[in-house]
Design a protein. Structure first.
Length: 221
């Protein structure tokens, strides 16, 4: 009975895609591949009741997931793999050297780069003379006000990746797009340090909830 149901769900996905699926049905389908010979519909409902949303299930701590009866290590790995997999997928879609020659392109690129990242991170996107990406360098993880971004690290990253100019970027997971005073202060310090070696900061972009805020567009840089 379960195998017939699973086959019907898989065939539905192949013919319709996921857009018509409810959140519990998406979870049910995923769990087919880590939970053999068991009704995963009930397990999917249990997870959604516990965590509140599909994204919260994917972002849950693996150890906490494994405390749910019926969720083993394989299921915890599968579910928590989704956010990182999405980020790598979107980054790969942009190719190796996308040209970020507008705020819109830069914002879309950085939304993709931060996709699925649960903690605050700080990137320096090193660009060549045609504004093509040489390398998106992750230079720091953690909140800026608790662990300051040292200009020396930014300068080293820009020189290492032969940057003609850079775009600074960090995210506010679950927070506001508005820049904090710490964001403004660290931007000025980094811009001054890079100016000394003739590397221009084109923008500082904040990403939150799939949206972005550009310092350049708001006259802050």
């Amino acid at each position: 009975m379960h195998e017939g149901h699973r086959e019907r769900v898989r065939n539905r996905f192949l013919s319709e895609g996921l857009d018509s699926f409810e959140p519990h049905q998406i979870l049910e389908l995923l769990l087919f591949y880590s939970v053999p010979r068991k009704d995963t519909n009930e397990l999917a409902h249990t997870l959604l009741e516990r965590y509140g949303s599909l994204s919260a299930v994917f972002e849950a701590d693996p150890a906490d997931l494994m405390s749910v009866p019926g969720i083993g290590k394989n299921s915890a790995v599968l579910l928590t793999l989704i956010p990182s997999l999405a980020r790598i997928y979107f980054k790969d879609k942009w190719g190796k050297k996308p040209q970020l020659n507008s705020t819109a392109k830069a914002g879309e690129y950085l939304v993709a780069l931060f996709s699925g990242r649960l903690y605050e991170a700080f990137y320096v996107v090193c660009l060549d003379a045609q504004n093509r990406v040489n390398h998106p360098c992750l230079v720091h993880e953690g909140t800026i006000d608790q662990a300051p971004i040292y200009p020396r690290l930014i300068v080293e990253a820009a020189l290492r990746h032969q940057a003609h100019s850079v775009i600074l970027a960090h995210n506010h997971p679950g927070g506001s797009l508005e820049p904090s005073q710490a964001d403004l202060n660290v931007t000025r310090k980094i811009a001054a340090a890079l100016e000394a070696i003739s590397i221009r900061v084109l923008d500082h972009i904040i990403v939150a909830d799939g949206k972005y805020f550009s310092f350049a567009d708001h006259g802050l840089i």
